[in-house]
Design a protein around this ligand. Structure first.
Ligand code: CO8
Length: 253
């Protein structure tokens, strides 16, 4: 498939996926979801980690309002469910996915960033869930991800007041993990990607899997899932890593 909005580029196992519709501040339209769904289902084997960013002054300024305005109730619900399914695919990818947030991450854009494993932000980034300004609510599971990520009080504060916050404020709330100068955003994000790629590949995969799985389970059942995966690494990648430590050398995975 020829992509119009998505610009993927792969170097040394890292795919940098740029969302490129800058004339609409990268607002998410139906074509974006068609392309994203296709890309997620056809990721080349060589891709070991993904970085999602936006072209221009926005990461993503939300769902495309012009596509939503005329929808019926049933269409609105279907639109929400379809978008949720694509974001869930991102969240459940077996490879790590990092959001490199270069600018506005509003509404569906903040929800997209939250569907990634974690977020690195430029000092120019702005975050918010301004849906109530439009008389709607987040629809890509932002109500659920945000309250789990930053707690109910912070999430309801942002979603009820539509306040837009700076990258530093987002860092304080735990919505982003690191804030860097705009010109260093990609360099720093790629450095983090390389760090992850240097670790036990099955271990990094399992840690993502069990954190996501566990968030939807009760504590004891989730801890059992952790123990099962912990055990699966013995006489396996875990032995390679632990033996290398004891022999004071770097592991070869
Ligand atoms: N949808 C469609 N077009 C947009 C959007 C958007 N979300 N955001 C910006 N644009 C367009 C503008 O209309 C404008 O187009 P044009 O040049 O043709 O007039 C162009 O992008 C540039 O935007 P501005 O001129 O407004 O740029 P400014 O720098 O003045 O302002 C802002 C930047 C503050 C980001 C401003 O554009 C803005 O407030 N945008 C809307 C932000 C917003 O409300 N986002 C939430 C949208 S709702 C949502 O995301 C719900 C998600 C759940 C959906 C579930 C499925 C149903």
């Amino acid at each position: 498939m020829e992509y119009q909005i998505l610009h993927p580029s792969v170097t040394d196992g890292v795919m940098v996926l740029t969302i490129s519709r800058p004339q609409a501040l990268n607002a998410l339209n139906s074509l974006f979801f068609t392309e994203m769904d296709h890309l997620l289902s056809h990721l080349p084997q060589e891709v070991k980690i993904m970085v999602i960013t936006g072209e221009g002054k926005a990461f993503v300024a939300g769902a495309d309002i012009s596509e939503m305005v005329d929808k019926s109730q049933a269409e609105g619900e279907a639109f929400s469910l379809a978008g949720q399914a694509v974001f869930r695919k991102i969240e459940q990818l077996s490879i790590p996915v990092i959001a490199a947030v270069n600018g506005y991450a509003l509404g569906g854009g903040c929800e997209l960033a939250m569907a990634c494993d974690f977020r690195i932000a430029s000092t120019l980034a702005t975050f918010g869930q301004p849906e109530v300004n439009l008389g709607i609510i987040p629809g890509y599971a932002g109500t659920q991800r945000m309250s789990r990520l930053i707690g109910k009080g912070n999430a309801l504060y942002l979603m009820m007041t539509a306040t837009m916050i700076s990258a530093d404020e987002a860092l304080r709330m735990g919505l982003v993990q690191k804030v860097v100068a705009p010109e260093l955003l990609m360099e720093e994000t790629l450095k983090i990607a390389k760090t992850i790629l240097s670790k036990g590949p099955t271990a990094t995969k399992l840690v993502k899997e069990v954190v996501n799985l566990g968030l939807a389970m009760d504590f004891d059942a989730a801890s059992k899932q952790e123990a099962q995966r912990f055990g699966s690494l013995f006489k396996n990648e875990g032995e390679v890593g632990m033996r290398a430590f004891l022999e004071k050398r770097k592991p070869t995975w």
